[in-house]
Design a protein around this ligand. Structure first.
Ligand SMILES: [Zn+2]
Length: 268
C-alpha cells in the first residue's frame, strides 16, 4: 500500500508552484490551459499544497513561481520569501524575467530575501535558453544561486537540452536544475547531452508520460545522485505521482536519495 511505503521514507517535493490566494485558482487554470489539461488541484493554494503534502507524508517543498512580465518580479519574490518565513518546510526560489533590467541587482535581492535559487520558464517567458541576451543572468547567477529551468516540450524550441548544453559549457560555474528529467518529451536528447557535473534534474511531469521502464532508465542514465523527486504542484495528483515513483526499478537506497537525500545535500 502506498501509505506504508510513504511512511518509510522522508519525502521532499522539489518542484511546486505557489501563488497568492487571490490569484491561485486562476494561475492553476492557466497552467492547465497551457498544457491542455485541468490541474489536479484547481485551487492551487499554499494551504492545499500543505494539506495534500501532509496527507502523503511530504515534509519539504521547493516552492517557486514564474514571472510573465518583468514588473511581477519584486512582488513574486516578496510573496515567496514571506511564505518561506511562515512555513519552515519551504525552500524558496525567486522569479526572474529575461526583461529584468539589472539581473545582478535582482539576483542580489533574491539572495537578500533568503531565497535559495532562481526559477526560469523559457516557454512561458518566451526566450531561448542560450539566447545571448540572457547571458547576464547566468553570469550573475553562476557561483551564487542555482537556476531551476523548465526543460523540453516538443511544441517549442525554447528549452531544448541542446540549448542548455551550450549554456553549461559557456558557464562552467553555473548550477542548473533541469526540470522534467532534463527535457519533457526530449528525454533522449537530455540523456545524451546533459552529462555535466553541475546539473541536477527533477522528476516532475515525467512519470505520467514515460513508461516505468523508460523513467527508470532515464533516472539511472542521468545519475541517481543528481535527481530530485518533484510533483509540479498543482498539476498532478500527489498519490498518483508517488505510486508511479514507487513502481520504478530502484533500490531502497536509490529511492531515499531521490525522495530527499540528494535535495538535502544540495541545499546544505
Ligand atoms: Zn515549474
Amino acid at each position: 500500500m502506498l501509505s506504508e511505503l510513504t511512511a518509510e521514507f522522508e519525502i521532499i517535493d522539489a518542484h511546486a508552484h505557489i501563488y497568492p490566494d487571490k490569484i491561485a485558482a486562476k494561475a492553476a487554470e492557466s497552467i492547465g490551459n497551457f498544457y491542455n489539461m485541468t490541474a489536479r488541484y484547481r485551487e492551487g493554494s499554499v494551504e492545499k499544497l500543505l494539506s495534500v503534502g501532509s496527507e502523503y507524508g511530504v515534509s519539504g517543498f521547493l516552492v517557486c513561481s514564474v514571472a510573465t512580465i518583468p514588473e511581477q518580479v519584486p512582488s513574486i519574490n516578496a510573496f515567496i520569501a514571506a511564505q518561506c518565513a511562515e512555513h519552515p518546510e519551504f525552500t524558496g526560489f525567486g522569479a526572474l524575467h529575461p526583461g529584468t533590467e539589472d539581473p545582478a541587482a535582482a539576483i542580489e535581492q533574491i539572495r537578500t530575501l533568503g531565497l535559495r535559487g532562481i526559477k526560469l520558464h523559457p516557454d512561458f517567458q518566451r526566450f531561448h535558453i542560450d539566447d545571448r541576451s540572457i547571458y547576464p543572468i547566468y553570469e550573475a547567477a553562476q557561483g551564487v544561486l542555482p537556476i531551476l529551468i523548465h526543460m523540453g516540450d516538443a511544441r517549442y524550441d525554447f528549452s531544448r537540452p541542446q540549448r542548455l548544453k551550450t549554456v553549461l559549457e559557456d558557464f562552467p560555474k553555473l548550477t542548473v536544475i533541469a526540470a522534467h528529467l532534463g527535457g519533457w518529451e526530449m528525454w533522449d536528447e537530455a540523456r545524451e547531452l546533459l552529462r555535466h557535473d553541475n546539473v541536477r534534474f527533477d522528476t516532475c511531469s515525467a512519470f505520467q508520460i514515460l513508461s516505468t521502464e523508460q523513467a527508470t532508465r532515464q533516472i539511472l542514465s542521468l545519475g541517481v545522485d543528481k535527481c530530485f523527486f518533484g510533483t509540479d504542484y498543482p498539476v498532478w495528483d500527489y498519490g498518483a505521482e508517488l505510486e508511479l515513483f514507487f513502481k520504478l526499478g530502484l533500490t531502497r537506497e536509490q529511492r531515499e536519495k531521490i525522495l530527499a537525500k540528494n535535495f538535502r545535500e544540495f541545499f546544505r
